[in-house]
Ligand binder design. Sequence first.
Ligand SMILES: Nc1ncnc2c1ncn2[C@@H]1O[C@H](COP(=O)(O)OP(=O)(O)O)[C@@H](O)[C@H]1O
Ligand SMILES: [Mg+2]
Length: 378
Amino acid sequence: MGEQRILLVEDDAPIRKMIGKYLQAQGYHVGIASDGVEALVLVGEHLPDLVLTDVNMPRMNGLELTRRLRGHHRTAQVPIIMLSALRESADVLKGYAEGADEYVPKPIELSVLAVKIESLLRRRAPADTPAKPPGRVTLFMHGRGGVGATTLAVNTGVAIAGLPMTTAGLLDLDLDYGDAAVLLNLKPARSLADLREVGDRPFDAELLEMFSSRHASGLVVVQGCDRPQRAELVTVPAVQRALEQMRANFDHVLVDLAANFSEQTLAAIDAADRACLVTPPTIPGLRATAHCLEVLEQIKYPASRIALVLNRARPGGLGLDQVSQFLRRDPDIAVMYSDALEDCAALGVPVVQVQPAGAAARELQAMAEFLAGARVAA
Ligand SMILES: Nc1ncnc2c1ncn2[C@@H]1O[C@H](COP(=O)(O)OP(=O)(O)O)[C@@H](O)[C@H]1O
Ligand SMILES: [Mg+2]
């Protein structure tokens, strides 16, 4: 392991110097900022392994800094230690409420600080012997709703779970209007919006079990949120931890996304091995897909990991060549319009199970085999 980076955020120059020197002597690489604003700039340049921040500072204090780090997909899980002379419990509690991991009172005892840093960094280190290689994460994205992303996610999920020796989980991250469970006629008892009720315990296999609903096909569904007014309760770290544990448990993890680029969506994109971008063969739909491709390019998601999925194709509608021309890339998979899919969705049953010999089921089965089998270039 290389040198670990600690970002020290403190407005008091003598204290800064004292802690900075001490940590360097301990072998850490130390970045220095004198308030939250400077700290965010440095974090943007180089992600630290741990942040050590004072509470009271000009421009942006440590509480606001913590809130911002926790709300951003890249920094949501960086350990944060707060340093403060404020001994009142109310301020300590505020720090923890914003997501700080530890609190060290001033005047600082350097040896105590060192032990806390070491233990937080150790906790973050990857577990030593994973039971199996991590599962592959496939996203189902769309530029706008109603194009069939959830339908494809659910049906390919059921089909993948039905492949020999293959396990699959589906995380529904459409936090406002998620309906993956509904399409499978499942009624999850909890969603990630309820995570705070279980307190500060790690998101391990046991916790995953509590948040899982199992479909008869073997597909396990984890619901992100149960109603739009609770979406803000689903934190970025919660999404990241749930995904990490799902990866540890299943061979394939499918993520049904909302048509947005929220921090929760970006967290899933960071973890994804591949993104199925679902597009309809309509001009407004293709425009939304083009915009989605633009954003993916801007955030440097490799084009080789995107599978363009044309859904609801119909004879007489826009053809494959027109779609290719519009998007300047060929669809990797095409799924035809099928009344069977509409009917099955209305009943909450997956078409791949109830009409396995039908045309729609065969197309979706092929898509599942493509997703489960094909390796993608890194
Ligand atoms: N290939 C298809 N043929 C016919 N209907 C489809 C097809 N794919 C999806 N649908 C229907 O389109 C509607 C929207 O699908 P849904 O999966 O909820 O979209 P999204 O998740 O993109 O918002 C549903 O009624 C679904 O049954
Ligand atoms: Mg959907």
